[in-house]
Design a binder for this molecule. Structure first.
Ligand SMILES: NC(=O)c1ccc[n+]([C@@H]2O[C@H](COP(=O)([O-])OP(=O)(O)OC[C@H]3O[C@@H](n4cnc5c(N)ncnc54)[C@H](OP(=O)(O)O)[C@@H]3O)[C@@H](O)[C@H]2O)c1
Length: 339
């Protein structure tokens, strides 16, 4: 095979507050010859996700940060273009942590083969991938949502939130979502079957709005955003409510943490449970959950909302920054090459 050039997006500097295009730099390297046991993947779609903001920082977290001048981390779907690995064939599609680059060599660890005839390739990064799995385990295992209960989800029109609401409906719950534009709110109630939704930026008083939209109180709060929004949900928790702390995106770009009101006493009054979740803790249960999610998807009960940025690898920084700014509806992807 002729030597291929691999264009990559590397971390140029650690962001100070909100990430900027100049925090990234485009680089290119020749693709190294494969070692025995490796395969080479041409990335077709890249997912850009909020957790990447954490990896750009060197604050201590659950995984080490991207090193300075390292290739940005990120899951993608790609095609196997060369293989010295017995488990993968040329022309097959795989999903894995390939990073922000056009080609990735892999020893096969952590890769999942996907069938392009079962669902569009992009679904493996959305409802039928980590996004759907986060919603599934966060709502059903951590949140223990049950039929007849009320679920509130913040960041509801995003990748995870839009699946949380649909799963809550499948399970017979009443679901209320919040999002940052009126068009997103309409999508939630019109397309995705949410019982109610509201624009948290224009509603004024979040607690009063929720009291009206969720008159029976909140049994499960699926928290994607944290901050003042979450503070406003706390007074509405029912006795034995569960709060799945999935994400805190309102806090990710702050230089100094926001002081908040003290509401821990509410956990006593309501005998409520807050639990942080990390999707990687559920890996052994992925196959069963994916089977169930695929069943709902194929039955038309679960829709995958996504937005694909064109423009190849150089479009990744803008797509990522746009997602942090709320410009995405559903899963934000970048098309890196043709399928
Ligand atoms: N714990 C885990 O294992 C795990 C796994 C996956 C994701 N997550 C977390 O889940 C959350 C959602 O992730 P995702 O991939 O589905 O992203 P996403 O919701 O598709 O995209 C991020 C969205 O966050 C909203 N947002 C941005 N700034 C905000 C603010 N200050 N206040 C309220 N909303 C804000 C924007 O929508 P609006 O227009 O509505 O503002 C934006 O579209 C993130 O916090 C992420 O870190 C956690």
């Amino acid at each position: 095979m002729a030597t291929l050039t691999n264009r990559q997006v590397r971390l140029a500097r650690r962001p100070d507050g909100f990430p900027k295009p100049t925090d990234f730099r485009l680089a290119s390297d020749p693709v190294a010859p494969l070692q025995g046991g490796q395969l080479l993947v041409r990335v077709v779609f890249l997912s850009v996700d909020p957790y990447m903001r954490g990896r750009m920082s060197d604050a201590k977290s659950y995984v080490p940060p991207v090193p300075l001048d390292g290739v940005m981390c990120g899951y993608g779907v790609g095609m196997v273009v060369e293989t010295k690995h017995p488990g993968f064939r040329v022309g097959g599609y795989v999903v894995g942590d390939f990073g922000w680059q056009e080609y990735a060599a892999s020893d096969g660890q952590g890769l999942r083969a996907i069938n392009p005839d079962a669902a569009p390739l992009t679904m493996a990064l959305g409802v039928l991938g980590h996004t759907g799995l986060t919603a599934y385990f966060g709502l059903l295992r951590v949140g223990e949502a049950k039929a007849g209960q009320t679920v509130v989800v913040s960041g509801a029109a995003g990748a995870v939130g839009s699946v949380v609401g649909q799963l809550a409906k499948i399970k017979g719950c009443t679901v209320v979502g919040s999002a940052g534009t009126d068009a997103k709110v309409e999508h939630l109630t019109g397309e995705l079957g949410f019982d109610a939704a509201f624009n948290y930026k224009t509603c004024g008083d979040v607690t009063a709005t929720l009291r009206e939209l969720a008159p029976a109180g909140v049994d499960v709060y699926f928290d994607n955003v944290g901050g003042a929004f979450t503070d406003a949900v706390i007074p509405l928790l029912n006795v034995h409510a569960r709060v799945t702390v999935c994400g805190q995106i309102s806090q990710y770009n702050l230089a100094t943490p926001e002081p908040g009101p003290r509401w821990l006493h509410q956990l006593i009054v309501k005998r409520a449970r807050f639990e942080g979740m990390l999707i990687s803790d559920f890996v052994p249960h992925f196959p069963d959950a994916l089977r169930e999610l695929t069943g709902w998807y194929r039955a038309g009960r679960l829709k995958g909302t996504e937005q694909v940025a064109p423009g190849g690898i150089e479009a990744a920084p803008a797509a990522f920054i746009g997602m942090l700014n709320g410009r995405n509806l559903g899963k934000q992807l970048v098309q890196i090459s043709d399928a």
